[in-house]
Ligand binder design. Structure first.
Ligand code: ADP
Ligand code: ZN
Ligand code: MG
Length: 486
């Protein structure tokens, strides 16, 4: 289909904010899976008559952080609006949202594509609203849990700039990572705290006008986003090829059948009768507040990746892997600050450390491993105190006990033997014990030097400094030649 039609996609992402309390009341924000239903509720979030909402300052700050990270202009004059509709998950009969004046507008986010290029996706708006309750449908009837009702929710809407399922996935992944970097959302899609809805249409290649779009709901993973988008693009192409018309509707994604299905046509769409929320005053955000928020933004993933590539000479794959999770990236930065060499540290972290953590089902924040301790381990290898094999064992021990490498090496007698007198004694012993190979060596079979070195390494259980053993063995064997020749 891609030869004839061009996909046009815009994404709406809903993200719950990790504040302690809800958007308009003092109720706690609780884990939707763990908390017992309807235990974090009050008259405000249950929509009782006469209740009055109060804006959560921290939710506004989180929204600002996201909007700033997405390069949006921040609206100084914010109005909340009532979005009216009747559904049992919405106890008030309306949702408080932002309509004409969202907190953030005209932003953008750069995404990295698999061919190595970067693409800029326009962000149309970022606005604040409140989440609804959660419905569970059973044979006997439906259950509703209002713990989620009133949880601060952010909606992030793109321009229709996305052109493939891959781009949609890259964008959504970057949004999730950015929200986690900002500490405003856990990114747990299976818990529903991050919900992605693509709007999808196609148009004949070369055509300027957009085709009719559908909106895809119920996507609970990045894979569902990519697969659902691809399915929908093919379906629409088949409709147009058959001489039909795409109808504007909301479609769902069937995760087991892996296909989309019609949920609600546009004609059935509600009229939300938006109007300014009379119970809330306008929210004025002064420039100084915006400045403070901007100043507290962390270094964002794109900036970290670029710094790792340009300043440290890491490959794009290494840079992306290290910047993926903020805790890992900051751990890596701290190790560099402690004098670590970037390329070798990246290897240690991405290969050895990640393998050890994966085997134990742990993250970097779970282990008592100080960044400076890994740098010390790295320099012990560089200085020849221990070899790589020993270093890997020492690292595992460091994860368990949090002890520093030097202590572990001394306690375990793991240090590489670089004491010349000790090594000479061992070399001499090996030569004395092996008169046959010695005769052959002296007879001209000089490749036997490697064999002697191997015997010494065995005798020291691999702890001898190989370069030094090599040098000593050659010297002692040549001295035998001199003695034999005289
Ligand atoms: P609504 O509130 O009705 O969903 P919006 O204007 O907020 O409408 O747009 C929702 C999303 O749909 C935005 O991301 C926008 O970029 C995208 N969009 C708009 N028109 C199209 C289209 N023809 N094809 C695909 N996406 C579109
Ligand atoms: Zn409440
Ligand atoms: Mg929509």
């Amino acid at each position: 289909m891609l030869d004839r039609y061009e996909p046009v996609i815009g994404l709406e992402i809903h993200a719950e904010l990790l504040t302690h309390s809800k958007m308009f009341c003092g109720c706690r924000v609780v884990d939707s899976v763990e908390a017992a239903p309807n235990t974090a509720v009050c008259p405000v979030c249950l929509g009782m008559p006469g209740m009055l909402p109060v804006i959560n300052r921290r939710a506004v700050e989180f929204a600002m952080r996201v909007a700033l990270a997405l390069n949006c202009e921040i609206q100084n004059h914010n109005i909340f609006a009532r979005k009216n509709y009747f559904y049992p998950d919405l106890p008030k009969g309306y949702q408080i949202s932002q309509y004409e004046l969202p907190i953030g507008r005209h932003g953008w986010l750069d995404i990295a594509l698999s061919d190595g290029t970067t693409k800029r996706i326009g962000i149309r708006r970022v606005h604040m609203e409140e989440d609804t309750g959660k419905l569970t449908h059973r044979d006997e009837g439906s259950l509703v849990d209002y713990n989620r009702s009133g949880v601060p929710l952010l909606e992030i809407v793109t321009e229709p700039d996305i052109r493939s399922g891959e781009e949609a996935r890259a964008y959504a992944t970057r949004i999730r990572q950015t929200l986690r970097y900002l500490g405003v959302n856990s990114g747990d899609m299976e818990k529903g705290v991050l919900r992605i809805e693509p709007n999808i249409s196609i148009r004949p290649r070369g055509s300027e006008a957009f085709g009719t779009r559908i909106e895809l709901k119920n996507l609970n993973s990045f894979r569902a986003l990519a697969d659902g988008t691809d399915f929908e693009l093919d379906r629409q192409a088949a409709v147009l090829d058959g001489g039909g018309k795409v109808i504007q509707e909301t479609r769902g994604w069937h995760d087991t059948r892996r296909e989309t299905f019609s949920q609600r046509a546009k004609e059935e769409a509600e009229d939300y009768r938006y109007f300014a929320e009379p119970d809330l005053p306008p929210l004025f955000i002064d420039p100084a507040w915006i400045q403070t928020m901007r100043a507290t933004l962390p270094e964002l993933p794109q900036a970290k990746e670029a710094r790792y590539r340009i300043d440290f000479g890491l490959s794009p794959v290494e840079a992306t892997a290290l910047a993926d999770d903020r805790a890992v990236a900051e751990w890596f930065d701290a190790a560099i600050g402690a004098g670590g060499k970037p390329k070798s540290l990246a290897n240690w972290i991405l290969n050895d450390l990640f393998r050890l953590l994966n085997e134990r089902g742990l993250t970097i924040s779970d282990v008592p491993l100080a960044p400076a301790a890994l740098v010390e381990l790295q320099s012990l290898v560089d200085r020849g105190t221990i070899n790589l094999t020993t270093a890997r064992e020492v690292l595992a021990e460091m994860l368990e006990s949090g002890r520093d490498p030097t202590t572990i090496i001394e306690a375990g007698g793991l240090g590489q033997i670089s004491d010349e007198a000790a090594l000479i004694a061992i070399v001499d012993q090996v030569i004395t014990d092996n008169p046959g190979p010695l005769t052959n060596y002296l007879g001209g079979k000089e490749s036997l030097l490697g064999w002697f070195v191997g015997q010494v390494m065995r005798a020291t259980r691999g702890q001898a400094n190989p370069a030094l053993v090599n040098e000593i063995a050659r010297r002692r064997l040549e001295e035998k030649r001199d003695t034999a020749g005289s």
